[in-house]
Design a protein around this ligand. Structure first.
Ligand code: COA
Length: 276
C-alpha cells in the first residue's frame, strides 16, 4: 500500500505548516481537530496521512487515556473525501488514495487507546467511515450522517461497507448504503451507529469529553484487552473467540493493575492504575 507523499504535502511540511489536523492535549486526553472548515473538513490526502501518522505516534504514548477526533466549526465533522482534490486525480491516484485510507484508518482502528469521534456537524461518506474506525461516536443533536457514496457513483471506499455491517448488521447497513440515506443523530443513535447524542445545549466535544471522563482513572491494560476481544468477536467462530478472549484476559491476569484493584477493594479505597 502506497504511503507516498505528494509534492504539496512535502512543501507544507517543509514550511512547518499544518497538514489540516490541529492537535491539543487536555490532561490524558488528546483532541485531534480536522481543521478545514472552508471545505467542511473534507479528507484530503494530507489529512488522511496525518491521521495515520498521529495514530502510530499515539501508540507509544503511555500517558494517553483517550483520543477525541472532531471537526472545526459547527457545520461539519467531515464531509467525506475532498471532492475538489479528487477532481484532479487520475484513476491510479484514486487507487493510491484508497490504499492510504486503508492504512491510516486501520492504524486508528487498532489503537489500544479508546478513540471517540465527536460529530460536531455532518458526517458523510469518508467522514462517517472515519467515525466508524473509532471505538465510540458521540453526535451533536443537529447532526446528520450517512454513507452517501452511491449518490456520487461510487461505493464507500474507506471501510464503510465492512465496519457499518459490524456495527449494526447487514440488513440495515445495506439499506443505508444502497439508498445513500442521510440520518438525523437521534435515528443514528437508535440504530446503534452513534453511542450518544449530546444533551440540548451541549457540544459534541463536551459530550465526548464527558464520555471519556471515566477512562481517566481506568486500567489501561484492561481497557485495551477488552476492546481487542470485542473487536475480534464478529470475525471469529465462537470457540476461537473464547480462546481469543482467554488470551486477552491473560494480559490483565499478569498485570500490577489487577493486584492493585484487589488491594484497593480490601482497603475500601479507589484503585490507582498505572498501566503496568
Ligand atoms: N470536498 C471538498 N469540498 C467540499 C466538500 C467535499 N466533500 N463538501 C463541501 N465542500 C465545500 C463546498 O464545495 C463549498 O466550497 P465553496 O465555498 O468553494 O463553494 C464549501 O465546502 C461549503 O459547502 P456548502 O455545500 O456550501 O456548505 P453547506 O454547509 O451548505 O453543506 C455539506 C455542507 C457537507 C452538507 C454539503 O457540502 C455536501 O453535501 N457535501 C458533499 C458531501 C458528500 O456527499 N460527501 C461524500 C464524499 S464521498
Amino acid at each position: 500500500m502506497s504511503e507516498r507523499m505528494t509534492t504539496t504535502e512535502r512543501e507544507i511540511e517543509a514550511a512547518g505548516g499544518s497538514v489540516g489536523v490541529k492537535v491539543e492535549r487536555r490532561g490524558a486526553v488528546a483532541i485531534w481537530t480536522i481543521d478545514r472548515a472552508d471545505r467542511r473538513n473534507a479528507l484530503s490526502r494530507a489529512v488522511v496521512r496525518e491521521l495515520g501518522r498521529l495514530s502510530r505516534a499515539a501508540r507509544a504514548d503511555r500517558t494517553l487515556r483517550a483520543i477525541v477526533i472532531t471537526g472545526a466549526g459547527e457545520q461539519a465533522f467531515c464531509a467525506g473525501a475532498d471532492l475538489k482534490e479528487r477532481q484532479g486525480m487520475n484513476e491510479e491516484e484514486v487507487r493510491d488514495f484508497l490504499s492510504l485510507y486503508r492504512v491510516s484508518f486501520r492504524d486508528l482502528d487498532e489503537l489500544p487507546i479508546p478513540t471517540i469521534a465527536a460529530l460536531n456537524g455532518v458526517a458523510f461518506g469518508g467522514g462517517l467511515e472515519l467515525a466508524l474506525a473509532c471505538d465510540f461516536r458521540v453526535a451533536a443533536r443537529h447532526v446528520e450522517l450517512g454513507l452517501t457514496e452511491t449518490s456520487l457513483g461510487i461505493i464507500p471506499g474507506a471501510g464503510g461497507t465492512q465496519r457499518l455491517v459490524r456495527a449494526i448488521g447487514a440488513a440495515k447497513a445495506k439499506e443505508l448504503i444502497v439508498f445513500a440515506r442521510r440520518l438525523p443523530a437521534l435515528e443514528a443513535e437508535r440504530l446503534g451507529i452513534v453511542n450518544r447524542v449530546a444533551k440540548e445545549g451541549q457540544s459534541a466535544l463536551e459530550a465526548a469529553l464527558e464520555l471519556a471522563d471515566p477512562l481517566l482513572g481506568a486500567a489501561p491494560i484492561a481497557i485495551a484487552a477488552a476492546m481487542e476481544a470485542v473487536d475480534r468477536a464478529s470475525d471469529l467462530a465462537l470457540e476461537d473467540g473464547l480462546s481469543f478472549e482467554r488470551a486477552c484476559y491473560e494480559r490483565t491476569l499478569v498485570s500490577q493493575d489487577r493486584l492493585e484493584a484487589l488491594a484497593a477493594f480490601a482497603a475500601k479505597r479507589k484503585p490507582v492504575f498505572r498501566g503496568e
